[in-house]
Design a protein around this ligand. Structure first.
Ligand code: COA
Length: 193
């Protein structure tokens, strides 16, 4: 049984977590059926659809109102921040998912969301494998985490399928959260990226 972990920020060394010299996705990551790339103008409508969807947002704070969703989508596209990504399905050239890599609570952490119509097809697994592989190849980091509500079965299965190891639970936002770890050298790299 995984230990129960304290929610606290990991100490940061001067170098740890700095990505000044690492370009964020200099080229899209292409897997069998999806492409992971930086957000760009034209992605706003797909992002708004994700942010306002009840199913997609069930375990990530609930759906945003349309105005908030439009503001967030516009900001993501305009800012071009390190870590923001969208997922395109190659067959349709349509954006079906999005997410980010951030230091939210210490280590680098990946979050993601996919359009409900594209769940259950292994497309998120392609995205995750491609991004985790890229992260360890492009940076000197040894740890990437993901945090998901314990009740979010799909997300937990996705993380385990991609080689994530559960490292404990903690309470946040009124729910039990489970932390998963990906470590350099212990990742299942099944993607083409
Ligand atoms: C979390 C989320 C991305 C998972 O999506 P998903 O489609 O279930 O994940 P996967 O890509 O791993 O697909 C797995 C399913 O595809 C099936 N599958 C089909 N072909 C596959 C393939 N080639 N490879 C892997 N799985 C495949 C699996 O059997 C599995 O089916 P099941 O759900 O019936 O068991 C999605 O549920 C989501 O966007 N949720 C809302 C946002 C959210 O909660 N995010 C987490 C917070 S960080």
């Amino acid at each position: 049984m995984a230990e129960r972990i304290e929610l606290k920020h990991a100490p940061r060394s001067a170098k740890e977590g700095r990505m000044d010299d690492v370009e964020w996705l200099p080229a899209p990551l292409t897997a069998s059926r999806v492409r992971v790339r930086r957000p760009q103008h034209g992605d706003e409508a797909a992002l708004v659809a994700l942010f306002t969807d009840e199913d997609v947002r069930q375990f990530v704070g609930g759906p945003l109102g349309t105005d908030d969703a439009q503001r967030r989508a516009a900001r993501i596209v305009a800012d071009g921040s390190w870590g923001d990504f969208v997922v395109e399905i190659l067959a349709e050239r349509a954006v079906i998912g999005s997410g980010d890599l951030r230091r939210k609570r210490g280590p680098w952490e990946i979050s993601y969301q996919f359009d409900r119509a594209y769940w259950g097809l292994g497309l998120a697994s392609e995205m995750l494998t491609a991004l985790v592989s890229w992260f360890f190849a492009a940076t000197d980091e040894n740890l990437l985490i993901a945090v998901t509500q314990d009740a979010n079965r799909r997300s937990a299965q996705l993380l385990e399928r991609a080689g994530g190891r559960s490292s404990g639970t903690f309470q946040q936002y009124g729910a039990v959260q489970r932390r998963y770890e990906f470590r350099r050298g212990s990742v299942s790299c099944g993607g083409d990226a």
